[in-house]
Write a protein that binds this ligand. Structure first.
Ligand SMILES: Nc1ncnc2c1ncn2[C@@H]1O[C@H](COP(=O)(O)OP(=O)(O)OP(=O)(O)O)[C@@H](O)[C@H]1O
Length: 257
C-alpha cells in the first residue's frame, strides 16, 4: 500500500536572491515561486549559472532570501533545519570516519541511545547495499559507494525534505543507472519530498514527477512538465510523451545558451 505523506510541504513564494559582490550586487535568482507537495519528486533543470544551486541553498537555509519567503509545513526557513537533508555532488563524507560512523554522525542530532543509533546506522548502510563495506573509510570506497553512504546518512535521520544538487554528476553512466534504481527504491520507502538539480534531462525524465525548467541567469522558473508515467521508466518508443518532453526541454536549453 502506498504510504500517505502529509509532511514536507515546501512553498517558495516570490523568492529572489541578490549577492553583494565587489563594487555592487548581482541577482542570482529572479523572483521565483514553486510549491512541492509532500512526498513529491521534482527536478530543477536550467542553463549553467541560472541559479539552481542558489535556490537549493535557500531552501536548505544556507542563503537568506532577499525578497519573498520559503516555508516548510507552514514554518518559515530562516536557517538550516532538521527537516531538511542535503546531498551534493561532492560526497562530503568525513575521511576520518568509516562508512558506518559517517552515518552514525548524521544521527547525532536525534540523540538516540548508543545501541539505537548503531542499529539505525547499520540498517541504513544495509539499505544502500554496503553491509560488507561498513568498516571501510571513504578513500577505500568508489565514487558510487561514497554517494551511497551519503544517501544512507541523509535518509537515516528521517528528513521530510531532501535536496539533491547533481548528486550523480561525478559518476559514470553505468553507476548512475544503478544509483537511480537505488534512489527510487529508498525514496519510495521513505517518501521525503525531493528537489533534485541535474543537467541530465534523461535523468530527470526517469526519476521525477515534475520537471521545473529555469531560464538563463538570473533565472526563474519558466515552464514545468508533469510526468505521470509509472516507474521504472524507459526512454523508448513506448513512452512517446517522455521523448517529446525530452526534445522540447533540450530545444529550450539550447535556445537559452
Ligand atoms: N555566494 C555568491 N556570491 C556571489 N555570486 C554568487 C554566489 N553564489 C552564486 N553566485 C552567482 O549566482 C549565479 C547563480 O549561481 P548558481 O550556482 O546558483 O547557478 P547554477 O544554476 O547552480 O549553475 P551550475 O549549473 O553551473 O551549477 C552565478 O552567476 C553565480 O556566479
Amino acid at each position: 500500500m502506498t504510504k500517505q505523506v502529509t509532511q514536507g510541504h515546501v512553498c517558495i513564494d516570490d523568492l529572489s536572491i541578490t549577492f553583494d559582490v565587489r563594487g555592487g550586487s548581482m541577482v542570482a535568482l529572479a523572483p521565483t515561486s514553486l510549491e512541492l507537495s509532500p512526498g513529491s519528486f521534482t527536478a530543477l533543470i536550467g542553463p549553467s549559472g541560472c541559479g539552481k544551486s542558489t535556490l537549493m541553498n535557500a531552501v536548505a537555509g544556507f542563503v537568506p532570501a532577499t525578497t519573498g519567503r520559503i516555508t516548510i509545513d507552514g514554518a518559515p526557513i530562516n536557517g538550516p533545519s532538521d527537516k531538511v537533508g542535503v546531498i551534493f555532488q561532492q560526497y562530503a563524507l568525513f575521511p576520518w570516519f568509516t562508512a558506518l560512523d559517517n552515518v552514525r554522525f548524521g544521527l547525532k542530532r536525534l540523540k538516540l541511545s548508543k545501541s539505537e543509533e548503531l542499529d539505525r546506522a547499520r540498517a541504513a548502510i544495509a539499505e544502500v547495499g554496503l553491509e560488507e563495506h561498513a568498516q571501510k573509510y571513504p578513500q577505500e570506497l568508489s565514487g558510487g559507494m561514497k554517494q551511497r553512504v551519503a544517501i544512507a546518512r541523509t535518509f537515516a535521520f528521517g528528513p521530510q525534505v531532501m535536496l539533491m544538487d547533481e548528486p550523480f554528476g561525478a559518476l559514470d553512466a553505468q553507476t548512475r543507472l544503478v544509483m537511480h534504481d537505488l534512489l527510487l527504491r529508498i525514496w519510495e520507502k521513505h517518501k521525503a519530498t525531493v528537489l533534485f538539480v541535474t543537467h541530465d534531462v534523461d535523468e530527470a525524465l526517469i526519476l521525477t514527477d515534475d520537471i521545473q525548467l529555469m531560464s538563463s541567469g538570473p533565472g526563474r522558473i519558466i515552464k514545468h512538465y508533469p510526468l505521470a508515467e509509472p516507474r521504472p521508466r524507459k526512454l523508448n518508443r513506448d513512452n512517446v510523451h517522455l521523448l517529446e518532453t525530452r526534445d522540447e526541454i533540450i530545444a529550450l536549453l539550447h535556445q537559452s545558451h
